[in-house]
Design a protein around this ligand. Structure first.
Ligand SMILES: Nc1ncnc2c1ncn2[C@@H]1O[C@H](COP(=O)(O)OP(=O)(O)OP(=O)(O)O)[C@@H](O)[C@H]1O
Ligand SMILES: [Mg+2]
Length: 529
């Protein structure tokens, strides 16, 4: 059991939410929804104790343990897989780290000996010798083979990273599981695996997601953050959507009735105020009029950003030609003898579960990585604009958003940069936030702004819909559909493949590929599994 009692949070003048009173119980799965930047991740951080709320308190059942899968799946890139899992029990991990560091010392003193003794004791009590084996069992269960257990997290593909992060969250059997956008970067197989897992999970789950299909499948309850309020509904996403539409409609109907009544009363008052014999009634109606309060209807604060990519110049005939390209990563040939000619109107979706290969190809096309063999010829008219899957490095700076975007903007005036940010839904004070506090989706909106300012005629995108809310995905879809240049993009978002691609390249697990000029629907019909 987990309870939020009167929780409120504000950053400066901005109230994220206020007076939140919610109870989360066993056997339920709560889907936390809301626009990018609404405060979902922050709310989970308050529940986990990582962020202090401005008011209220979090109450957790006696002896219950909570664990958390964070939104940033790159947070453990510098650790190896087994350690990442064991870190799920931070206390145990700390004991082990301190103990190991002591034994590594060359000048091991008496005091070190005493400290080591204490640590050994604690380690034993926590069943520390069993930790590696426990972690390995969890990983095996999630399909992470033993050969990956000692790899660094940075070398894993996203779908595997999420599984390791999940193993970390599950290490030590938590009573409450908090998951922040676990489906980001998951291929379809891993996603269905996670769905089954959550449906079977007996304790309390709170999961943030922008994926309607996933929410419908796993959630028993929805919690919506909008206009500084959090509201809980029993039922899945579709049920929430329909009920919230219904409530709106009822409010509109009731307002309409009230407005009619108001008009009627006002009419009476106007006609009879001056009339001595009726003035008493007129006064009483004035009182009734004052009592009618219209419902405050706020449809939703969810908004569509304006996404439009305008090439600085048109592409010539020659875009990019790659010939006999191979790429080896970690001893594995991820691209094998690839031959590819990009044409000006191509909108190419890179599909398949070989994520590392797709990223490698995009990096080669973007010119930030070179193949191990083969040639890459880039046409002279090409201005390429690259959207990387990982954007952490761009935001680890002490700058506000206006300063950040100005660097990428050809026009440096404040008004221009702010106008641009406004179109991407950062207006007024919001544009003066430091970029390192931005939410996952807000960072993506910034990266897309940067791309729009680059005015490329070749767009290279690696999983651009991760973190984005449904409205922003729709805007991105429109922006890419209208784009006049060439696009190569990797995504697991079926809809984005269907609506945009006119050519499909599937990279297989062994580095070979299938390249067909057709829509996704046609491709599936002919080559689908
Ligand atoms: N230290 C801070 N100072 C000011 N604003 C902050 C700070 N930390 C977070 N914010 C803002 O609070 C808002 C909520 O952030 P949060 O990460 O909780 O959003 P979210 O709902 O998880 O969004 P997303 O769907 O994009 O992940 C964002 O607008 C973010 O920029
Ligand atoms: Mg978030």
């Amino acid at each position: 059991m987990l309870m939020a009692s009167n929780i409120g949070l504000r950053y400066g003048k901005r109230i994220l939410f206020d007076n939140v009173n919610l109870k989360f119980e066993n056997n339920n799965c709560y889907g936390l929804i809301g626009a990018n930047g609404a405060g979902k991740s922050t709310f989970l951080k308050i529940l986990s104790g990582e962020v202090d709320s401005t008011s209220g308190e979090v109450i957790i059942g006696k002896g219950e343990r909570m664990s958390f899968l964070v939104q940033n799946h790159n947070a453990y890139d510098d650790y190896n897989v087994l350690d990442t899992v064991i870190m799920g029990d931070q206390e145990l991990y700390d004991i082990r780290t301190e103990k190991d560091a002591l034994y590594m010392k060359e000048d091991f003193t008496n005091e070190d000996g005493i400290r080591a003794g204490i640590l050994e004791d604690l380690f034993l009590k926590k069943n520390g010798w069993q930790a590696d084996a426990d972690a390995a069992v969890l990983l095996d269960g999630l399909g992470i083979e033993a050969s990956l257990h000692n790899k660094m997290m940075r070398d894993l593909k996203e779908a595997d990273k999420v599984k390791v992060m999940l193993a970390r969250a599950l290490f030590g059997e938590p009573d409450i599981l908090l998951l922040d956008e676990p489906t980001n970067g998951l291929d379809l197989d891993s996603k269905s695996w996670l769905e089954e897992f959550l449906i079977d999970f007996k304790n309390t789950v709170i999961v943030i997601s922008h994926d309607r299909y996933f929410l419908n499948k796993v959630c028993t309850h929805m919690v919506d953050i909008d206009y500084e309020k959090m509201t809980m509904f029993a039922g899945n996403y579709d049920f929430w959507y329909q009920s919230s539409q219904l409530i709106q409609k009822q409010m509109r109907d009731s307002n309409k009735k009230k407005e009619e009544k108001i008009a009627e009363l006002q009419d009476f008052i106007r006609r009879f105020s001056a009339n001595a014999s009726k003035s008493k009634q007129a006064t009483s109606r004035k009182k009734s009029l004052e009592k009618i309060v219209l419902d405050d209807i706020k449809p939703s604060s969810r908004r569509y950003p304006f996404i439009q990519f305008e090439p600085e110049r048109l592409l010539g005939k020659e875009v990019i030609q790659i010939d006999s390209v191979s790429k080896i990563i970690d001893g594995v040939e991820v691209l094998k003898n690839m031959r590819l000619t990009l044409k000006p109107g191509d909108k190419i979706a890179l599909i398949g579960n070989n994520e590392i290969a797709k990223t490698a190809l995009l990096e080669i096309l973007a010119g930030i990585s070179t193949p191990d063999s083969g040639t890459v010829k880039v046409g002279t008219t090409v201005i390429s604009s690259y959207y990387p899957k990982k954007n952490d490095d761009y935001f680890n700076v002490d700058k506000d958003m206006v300063e950040w975007l100005r660097e990428y903007s050809p026009v440096k005036e404040d008004a221009f940069v702010r106008g641009f940010l406004g179109r991407m839904l950062f207006s007024g004070e919001e544009a003066l936030k430091k970029v390192n506090v931005l939410s996952g989706g807000e960072k993506v909106r910034c990266m897309l702004s940067k791309m729009m300012l680059e005015h490329g005629n070749l767009l290279l995108l690696d999983e651009p819909t991760n973190h984005l809310d449904m409205e922003s995905i729709t805007s991105l879809d429109e922006g890419l559909s209208k784009f006049q240049g060439c696009i190569v993009y990797a995504t697991y978002d079926q809809h984005l493949i269907e609506t945009i691609a006119n050519r499909i390249i599937e990279i297989h697990e062994d580095g070979s590929y299938t390249d067909k000029e057709m829509t996704y629907e046609e491709y599936l019909k002919k080559y689908g599994k």
